[in-house]
Write a protein that binds this ligand. Structure first.
Ligand code: ZN
Length: 413
């Protein structure tokens, strides 16, 4: 899992890493603008999202769907980013999603994402990955911030999160030229970018007995990794097995490639048409389907045990977590819980059930979005972790294998 996460600092790279694994397993790429050719296993990508599938034997058996998200909170580079302050050149950033801002301080940061480049054949997308330290947000020395003891760390998103990029005074043309050299293209051909910073510390096992795993983006690349592994491992069955990896979950999923968009319904319909079934059969297939929305869950924090519901303590290495919320912030209902429990029992892995303290607001994920859009029974389900939305998160070292086994069993149910 560490290799997959380290190679995937942006949603676009997460899609590319997934595509490598799928192509190695014989999955055939289909393009949205072309007619699709029937094949036992295929995938289609749209920007930072991807849907992959193994065609089932019986079109009326429906779809066993696993969903996850490719994006994580981070710092995004503005269109004209260069600014000067104190004799240094910095980049202006937007904060993407609910980042724990303090976790981005004093880290050696790389840069990644995609750049649109004009050429003779029109605009093409280039993936950019700068894996050496080029950015850093230095924290103010404690001697200049005495109030930190009484007021805590106060960070203004506009003023205090701009990373250093260069010594002296450079301008936005210099940044554009630097990107062009990294990509080996002409600076005047660069039309725009979706670029973001990432922590360069590689993933690592942690603890006296290597019981833990520390990495950036465990939320939610751990689920993406487990979903890809499970789809590759799953034996073809009556139902069609579908893995969807969506961008933009951290900002609400409403986008061209997000879970609330047209990607999944469109792809399901096209997959179904490959089996020569009619429209009524498609609706019947949806009614027979089930969806696991795979996303990180909160393990009980040893320093804040009181923040967790007393009968729902969640252990690292305790197996995947079934997430419940009566106010539908998670989509799991009794039927969904039964589906998830059965997948774990069949796989021989432990499982846990999470619910928030009643006086704490609950987070959400793509589960309710897909459940509402498709009317498919959905369960919110994921690996327990700590430090969610930090630039560096952690989980149990044995939980990825639990998750892969549970999802493989769900795909083949
Ligand atoms: Zn997440």
């Amino acid at each position: 899992m560490g290799r997959y996460i380290d190679a995937s600092p942006s949603p676009f790279h997460a899609v590319a890493s997934s595509v490598s694994a799928l192509e190695a397993a014989g999955f055939v790429e289909q393009h949205e603008t072309e007619a699709w050719v029937p094949s036992p296993a295929g995938f289609v990508r749209r920007a930072g999202s991807l849907v992959a599938w193994k065609q089932g034997e019986d079109p009326l058996a429906g779809f066993n769907i696993v969903g996850a998200h490719t994006d994580s909170p981070n710092l995004r580079i503005k269109p004209n980013p260069v600014r000067q302050s104190g004799g240094l050149t910095q980049l202006s950033v937007e904060i993407y999603g609910g980042a724990l801002l303090n976790s981005w301080l004093d880290r050696d940061l790389g840069l990644s994402g995609r750049v649109a480049v004009r050429g003779e054949a029109g605009v093409t997308e280039h993936l950019l990955l700068v894996s050496r330290p080029v950015l850093r947000v230095p924290q103010l020395a404690i001697h200049l911030d005495r109030e930190i003891h009484t007021n805590g760390l106060q960070l203004n998103k506009q003023e205090h999160m701009a990373p250093l990029w260069a010594d002296g005074s450079l301008d936005s043309a210099a940044f554009r030229g630097w990107i062009a050299r990294e990509l080996d293209v002409d600076a005047t051909d660069i039309a725009g970018w979706d670029l973001m910073a990432h922590d360069l510390t590689p993933s690592a096992l942690l603890g006296a007995d290597n019981a833990f795993f520390a990495a950036p983006r465990i939320d939610n690349l751990a689920s993406c990794f487990a979903g890809v592994e499970a789809l590759v491992a799953a034996k073809a069955a009556d139902a069609t097995q579908v893995l969807c990896l969506f961008d933009h979950e951290e900002v609400g999923s409403v986008s061209r490639s997000g879970a609330a968009g047209s990607l999944l319904p469109t792809v399901l319909e096209r997959i179904h048409r490959l089996s020569n079934s009619d429209g009524d059969d498609f609706v019947r297939a949806l009614a027979a389907s089930a969806c696991v929305s795979a996303d990180g869950a909160h393990a009980t924090h040893p320093n804040y045990v009181e923040r967790h519901e007393q009968n729902h303590q969640i252990a690292l290495n305790g197996g995947p977590v079934i997430k419940r919320n009566a106010n539908e912030r998670y989509a799991t209902d009794a039927t969904g819980q039964a589906i998830a429990e059965q997948a774990c029992i069949d796989a021989g892995v432990p499982f846990q059930v999470y619910v928030n303290r009643t006086d704490l607001a609950c987070g959400s994920t793509i589960g309710p979005v897909t459940a509402a859009r498709l009317g498919i029974p959905t369960v919110d389900f994921g690996m327990p972790q700590l430090s969610m939305h930090s630039a560096r998160e952690m989980c149990g070292a044995s939980d990825p294998a639990h998750m892969v086994a549970a999802l493989t069993s769900f795909f083949g149910r």
